[in-house]
Design a protein around this ligand. Structure first.
Ligand code: AMP
Ligand code: ZN
Length: 113
């Protein structure tokens, strides 16, 4: 956990382009944006992925959804956006700290899902 990039960002040890913060969550711009708006929303607490959640910790995903809605409105994404989380190797997860991608600002491809 000490070696976790997003824990370091949450702790302010590594800088990020912050767009939202509350007591449980942080949101910042993705360093390699895939769309005009590409923001990562993370819990400040470390969970490796959705697979690490249990009945006690799972409500953080609801918190992330509500934060996403707020951030999307602030970013002017009135015509929609996409929220996704990658899980594990086959899911394409590269940073092993739960995060949701908020992507928008353009008509996204319909191919993936
Ligand atoms: P995933 O592939 O779902 O694990 O997503 C990890 C995301 O983190 C990728 O979209 C990266 O571009 C992004 N990323 C990696 N390092 C940083 C960083 N220091 N600041 C912001 N985003 C980052
Ligand atoms: Zn972490």
């Amino acid at each position: 956990m000490n070696d976790c990039l997003f824990c370091k960002i949450a702790a302010g040890e590594i800088p990020s382009a912050k767009v939202y913060e509350d007591d449980k969550l942080l949101a910042f711009k993705d360093i390699n944006p895939q769309a005009p708006v590409h923001i990562l929303i993370i819990p400040k607490a470390h969970y490796e992925s959705v697979n690490a959640l249990d009945e006690t910790s799972a409500p953080v995903v609801g918190d992330i959804m509500l934060a996403a809605k707020k951030i999307a409105a602030e970013q002017g994404l009135t015509n929609g956006y996409r929220l996704l989380t990658n899980i594990g190797e086959d899911g394409g997860q590269t940073v092993k700290h739960l995060h949701f991608h908020l992507i928008g600002g353009v008509k996204l491809s319909e191919k993936m899902v």
